[in-house]
Write a protein that binds this ligand. Sequence first.
Ligand SMILES: [Zn+2]
Length: 552
Amino acid sequence: MTAPVVIRFLGGLGEVGRNCTCIEVDGKLLLIDFGLMFPDATMPGVDVILPDTRWLKTRADDVLGLVITHAHEDHVGGVAHFLREFEAPIYGSSLAMAIANSKIEWDRLSHRTSLHVLADNERLKIGPFDIEVIPITHSVPQSFCVLVHTSQGVIVHTGDFKLDQTPVDNRLTNMDRLREIASGSGVRLLMADSTNADSPGHSESESSIGRTFERIFPTYSGKRMIIGCFASHLHRIQQIVDVAISEGRKIFPLGRSMVNNVRIAQQLGILSLSSRDVYSIEDIDQFAPGEICIVCTGSQGEPNAALSLLASNNHRDLRVTSEDVVILSSHPIPGNERAVYRIIDRLTRMGCEVVHDGHELVHTTGHAKREELSVLQSIVKPQWFVPIEGEFRMLQRHADLAIEAGMSEDRVIVVTDGAELTIDEAGVSVTGGIPAPYRFIDGLVDDVSYDVLEQRLSLSQSGFVHISVVVSKERFLVSRPEIATRGWIDQTKSVDILASLEVEVTEALERALDSGVALNDLERLLRRTTGRFVGDRTRRRPPILSTVFIVD
Ligand SMILES: [Zn+2]
């Protein structure tokens, strides 16, 4: 009897982000991806969300490595956090390793890892793990589909993917290898990207976006162009710079990650762009508007990124004018729509023309839609299937698609973060679970709980009131109550309310002191009196804090 293989999901099943899958072979652990996720409006103050590592830490000595599928933040973004807790080598494409290295060096953690660049179709051993990485198309160069050859058969982890027949770099998905395995030993388990499992049809090829740029660039000749897109989307950037340069423009990367990524991709030869054509934003005044193409960050409405700063006229180096054309070569990620439309609105008010994917094909998704997912199923012909990388409804839709494509229902398993699957002679089954809640990082620490988030939300909605008094042991008020508020009321406009509150509290305290209430109970009385007054007068329920100082 051969040993079972165990798979545990630390993130990415139930949300889009913080992808992390852990595979166990012969008591050793290998991770695929350690990504982060960005917070939404219900998580004020949170910087990023990570996979929970409490269980992994109990097995820290067994962690042999981390394989990164591709250079997106939700797959590689957590490497520095990972290395603070674990020492292990990291494997991936040259681009993914360069991006990982910049994060690791920034946090001075290089001594805790070694970075190993993998070539397309490379097969390697990491302890008992027999790994193969094959090219797959996506919206960042050098994406890998990971094959794990085990005693329980071949496990396929797609990473993020789409099936692009005409990728910008001509690096096609290695379908032949998938076909070869499918028709040979077969694929025991497929785990595939579910992000677009809800979207019908087939995604547009990335190269079709370049044709849009070729068509629309000449119509803006003489005008300055500002184009926002993901800094990691180097194929998009390639297409933008190709058209811009052919139209006689120079390239001005704007935004820290755009400047960094363009430089890294130039050095790695991933971006074909001569340094003669790239200028720093400080040199922009040397050129006429028609000679300028700014490529910038912030297409998702991120508040401190270049595009937001431009739209609010707060950018240090650049002012948008009514003579500019802004192209958003992106699509708002769910949750970012309002921020993105606010930017479009502001730029439009400033008089510039804004082009976005609502009226021009200036963006395409990096994730396979239903037709592509069906193609993958028909080629891989997995014996078992687990949808990964998506919110629950996406996982479920992906599972339904596999069943429609002919898989038997009991061989399609929908699980979420924390699930533990075991692959043995009997097949694949859910055999347990590990804790996998969101791990909220705020600043340097991860102690933000759901309770803390609830308090932050409550404070953000109603502010708070703090009231303090000084009482002598002889049971009289030493001074008038001090009232401090934040976010509850405008203290300059609401003098009457505050004065009435002071009177109300003073009278209540004096009554209580006269009637012999214990001094220890005064804080509660103060809170109750203030709360009742605040509720009656303003119909608001801010948290009330009270302090009673007792003096001799
Ligand atoms: Zn991705």
